[in-house]
Design a protein around this ligand. Sequence first.
Ligand SMILES: [Zn+2]
Ligand SMILES: [Zn+2]
Length: 190
Amino acid sequence: MEEIVMRVKEIAPLPHPADPGASIRARIQERCAEAKSYKGGDNLFESAFGINARRGVWRLRSDPLSASNPDSIQDGAELYISALEGKASLRIHLRRERSKKLIDAFKATLLDPACEACGMRFSDVYGDLGAGYIEAHDKVPVSSLDDEKATKLSDLAALCANCHRMVHKNGLMPVEELASFLMQLKSNRI
Ligand SMILES: [Zn+2]
Ligand SMILES: [Zn+2]
């Protein structure tokens, strides 16, 4: 749990909740079917040693999203924790809730979507298979763990799958920063 709290403090902007551990625990338990505070919905987490052991070690259920709802990766507020190398080294990734409708509306505004960071078009690489494909990225960082403000169209950026991973690699990198980084990289290679 301490590792999660440290990681959240790194990536979540101020102000932090008075007791970040309690706040994170509450969010996890709301998404764990064995916990008292579970209210239905995505059953994402399980306690590594059993809920009654109270050891504070949590992990993702195996493939929880596809098991419950294949679309939830698109439209849910997701908190991902993955255990690394079999020990309690945990990574947290908190995404603001966003609606599938909004993502669809955003994509409908893009005729031939190109990645805003690297400029790649899926149709260039995958032909008809990739035509129109792009990922919607929420540019606005969460301001607190309880922040579930609605996302606006202008909060979204169109990114290819690779650039999307890269902006999320260390916290949340601004899309413009990745774009200029890639430009620089390209000009250094010429
Ligand atoms: Zn890209
Ligand atoms: Zn994203």
